[in-house]
Design a protein around this ligand. Sequence first.
Ligand code: ACO
Length: 330
Amino acid sequence: MISSRYAAITGWGMAVPQRVVTNEELARRLTTTDEWIRSRTGIAQRYVAGPDEYTSVLASRAGRVALERAGLVPEAVDTLIVATCTPDRPFPATACTVQANLGIPRASAFDLVAACSGFVYGLTVATALVKSGMSQHLLLIAADVFTHLIDWQDRSTCVLFGDGAGAVTLQASSERRGLLSTNIGAWGEGEALMAVDAGGTRLPVTPELLAARRQYVSMNGREIFRHAVRGMVESAERAVAEAGLQLDEIALVVPHQANLRIIEAVAKRLGLPLERFFVNLDRYGNTSAASVPIALYEAVEQGRIAAGDYILLTAFGGGLTWGSSVVRWG
Ligand code: ACO
């Protein structure tokens, strides 16, 4: 991207539901064990939303924190994007509900769907809007109540996911910071590898589909694993090269928190030590679009990112979709 106008990240926030579900609790309900879940995924617990903690509720909480951190009043926000694949309702957009909740008087508000890649896709679109001059102060939230799509009787998927929201504010800046390069992609032919079949216009829900549990996520775990590693590695290499950097100049990688073994494989393929990757999936599981901004929030709060650092965000999700972005913190 050639421009003297940048989109600095000036605020960050996160929110999770109240209730923690441990592996032990799942092992009491299903034929699984804490040992199996930890050794295959690295996950120890996840947060699961209650009935009053739907997507716009978590998104609004995370967005409010980000605005406070940035010192931005709601009146200043001109664009609000919510990346989610679990909206409150088919329409209106969850972003419109969040806009009302946060008291943002005038802004464009829309949802963006890229499953677990939602934040990286969202940051790409958001940065383009700010760099082009179409937005001055933008609020980007990624939020999913993915457990809504989970079949709690299916041990091969239900142990993997949790709920949450993460947010950032972007503001126009003349200093070289914010997103410097990005590489996003999709492979629609792989859509069936991870999907929710029923509930849309293609397969409206019927009693038969509900009985067959087609309203829930189905996933080919092994194939997703393979594509995830490749998508994240290849997009990361492209994004880093486009930023004019070498991989060893990246201070911290903030990856999608799906599975520790996926992160280990990505680290190995990129030739980077695992210590260079921020990992918090042990506490949250895979929170879909929210996973990268929740990890980013915690990395900043824990002092793992300093002003001027180059960080790499990388994600993979249903679609199939993937994306990596190089961000200069400041
Ligand atoms: N507890 C105990 N046993 C289980 C469990 C469980 N929770 N789940 C599956 N098993 C069993 C299977 O039934 C199978 O038994 P079998 O050999 O008798 O048939 C055995 O464990 C091995 O199953 P695999 O699927 O081969 O296990 P694998 O090592 O591949 O791990 C896993 C499965 C963890 C799902 C892995 O494939 C994975 O992480 N894939 C990526 C999934 C993912 O991250 N998806 C989301 C990314 S995209 C996004 O975030 C939207």
